[in-house]
Design a protein. Structure first.
Length: 208
């Protein structure tokens, strides 16, 4: 399995531009009084920087110490601050119940077996306040995916391991719409759509 620490050590920030929908997302969050946001799998900090600049109280967790080191430097260079924790998403989040107003996760949670993804979603639910917002993006099989060039091997239903490429041996789960509705059954899913990066975007609110 590739080491994300190595990827960030070699590539630096890697991801520079924020997701194309974050401007609308920030406006929505402002309208609903969102203050405290978790960026789950924050990487080197592109969304931490974006939302911090707009006055949100940002928290980020990521499994890569190198990514968090880069994010901390980036934030400091911009005279911004966010709370950063080195942590894996398939382990209980280091936050109290009902802690966040919103949780975002861009191209992250699909990198696991389904049982671990379901655990991650349960932790999102636990740490999110009632009516709290989620914005999550995941890849789609056959659209923007590397299904051909990466020689994908299916290891469980809808979960594949690339046999080559930069993410060789890293699990990729490809959700169906039905599966999204099933695993996010504690949320009102206001919108499920294909975003400008050819990923499926999920926008919703916790029911209780």
């Amino acid at each position: 399995m590739p080491d994300w620490n190595d990827i960030f050590t070699k590539g630096g920030k890697v991801f520079l531009k924020p997701h194309p929908d974050v401007e609308r997302l920030a406006m929505l969050f402002k309208e609903h009084g969102v203050r405290k946001i978790l960026d789950l799998g924050c990487g080197t900090g592109r969304h931490l920087v974006y939302f911090s600049k707009r006055g949100f109280d940002m928290h980020g967790i990521d499994a890569s110490p190198k990514a968090l080191e880069i994010a901390k430097t980036w934030l400091k260079d911009e005279n911004l601050h966010a709370e950063l924790i080195n942590h894996r998403m398939e382990v209980e989040f280091p936050f109290a119940d009902d802690f966040f107003d919103a949780i975002i996760s861009i191209q992250v949670i699909h990198h696991n077996l389904l049982r671990d993804i379901i655990f991650t979603i349960k932790e999102i639910e636990r740490t999110l306040k009632s009516k709290g917002h989620v914005f999550i993006t995941v890849p789609m099989w056959g659209l923007g995916s590397r299904s051909k060039t990466w020689d994908m091997k299916e290891i469980e239903k809808n979960t594949y391991l690339p046999q080559k490429g930069p993410e060789k041996d890293l699990p990729h789960h490809y959700f169906t719409i039905e599966e999204i509705r099933e695993v996010f059954n504690s949320f009102n899913l206001n919108k499920i759509y294909v975003d400008g990066t050819d990923h499926r975007a999920i926008l919703g609110q916790k029911i209780k």
